[in-house]
Design a protein around this ligand. Structure first.
Ligand code: GLN
Length: 359
């Protein structure tokens, strides 16, 4: 018989489920993801570091698991909270089950939780912290997000990843908690990549002789990265830059804008954004709790995309410098690839170096 697992929330609610694999005592911010798939990517995406993630879709594990699907070797969600695990997956690429995935990734999974009810609690209260424990009398002690998450998940030393074909373009990915698929897509687009630690300076990038910079996604509150802001600005003032999610938020902060926390975040594979330039709507993959404040956008920037549901800012473009950033995930993994062209466009534009005469 499986041991009872209690999800104790700072709202006063206690939900009873079961441990899928190992018994743990673990605390974190509780967030929900509305995607029907992508459980492997969620468990290994460093942006979820410190979070207990619940999937609103009730059946998890349907297409099994595959060792090749991972966004990071070490970091990801702190725990997964699901309703019904599928122990007999059926998919040609599946090599193992959810239980094996929990073992391999060390991400504990609890199940038999009414995740739609849990989602309603999160939507009603926002800022929900919780503890998973086998003792229902345990108390939630965590009340804020760890401010050092980026430092924890970033690479400690630079890593070079050669281009698949020989295009003459070298990009730095500043690693605030990068998803492997960002590097994969940049690589497929023909760029040689150097993944650099979160605190890399412009002078270090000069030494590496890069042509452009990608500021990656990452965990936590962007305001906790304020010490990095002067460096981000110095780099973006000099190099063609592309920001994704946390990278977008840090670029905005570095050019004088501000960020705020959403009531309960955007996490899933079905978030519609609208291009302000063309009026076109794209489905995007999203995973963020913070956004750039609408009223803080400076005159130097145009809003590139807005969220169709709540009109929050989803992308920015500098009016005279080659700086573009998006709040969503054009690299997908999981979710729709409708906006992946933005990454290819950036690599193409950096390859045509004459476009960037300001550097
Ligand atoms: N995926 C990300 O980069 C997330 C950015 C930031 N941690 C947020 O939650 O808004």
């Amino acid at each position: 018989m499986q041991t009872a697992a209690y999800l104790i929330l700072n709202t006063g609610d206690i939900l009873e489920g079961k441990f899928l694999h190992q018994q743990v005592v673990i605390e974190g911010e509780v967030v929900f993801n509305t995607s029907m798939m992508g459980y492997q990517e969620v468990m290994t995406d460093p942006s979820y570091e410190g979070q207990l993630v619940t999937m609103t879709y009730p059946l998890i594990g349907n297409y099994g698991c595959n060792d090749d699907v991972k966004e990071s070797e070490v970091f990801g969600a702190k725990a997964l909270i699901i309703q019904t695990p599928n122990h007999q997956p059926d998919h040609p690429t599946s090599t193992s089950t959810l239980k094996t995935l929990a073992e391999k990734t060390s991400v504990p999974i609890i199940y038999d939780i009414d995740t739609r009810h849990l989602t309603k609690i999160i939507r009603t209260h926002s800022n929900v912290f919780g503890k998973i424990s086998s003792d229902p009398t345990d108390k939630v002690t965590m009340a804020h997000i760890d401010p050092d998450l980026v430092k924890k998940v970033s690479v400690k030393k630079s890593i070079s990843i050669p281009a698949k074909d020989n295009k003459d373009v070298h990009l730095a990915v500043i690693d605030f908690g990068q998803k492997k698929s960002i590097v994969d897509v940049l690589n497929q687009a023909g760029a040689h990549i150097t993944v650099c630690p979160y605190n890399t300076t412009k002078e270090m990038l000069d030494q590496l002789d890069v042509d452009g910079v990608v500021f990656s996604n990452g965990p936590g509150d962007p305001a906790d990265c304020l010490p990095l802001i002067p460096t981000v600005k110095k780099i973006a003032d000099h190099y063609p830059s592309f920001g994704i999610c946390l990278g977008h938020q840090l670029l905005a902060l570095s050019y004088g804008m501000s960020t705020k926390k959403l009531a309960y975040g955007h996490r899933g594979g079905n978030h519609a954004v609208k291009s302000i330039e063309t009026g076109k709507v794209y489905m995007t993959s999203q995973n963020h709790g913070y956004v750039v404040c609408e009223d803080s956008v400076t005159d130097d920037f145009s809003v590139l995309f807005i969220n169709v549901n709540d009109q929050s800012i989803e992308g920015l473009k500098h009016k005279s410098k080659p700086i573009t950033s998006v709040q969503f995930h054009p690299e997908a993994h999981p979710g729709p690839t409708d906006t992946m062209h933005l990454i290819y466009d950036f690599v193409r534009d950096v390859t045509k170096k004459e476009v960037y005469s300001h550097a």
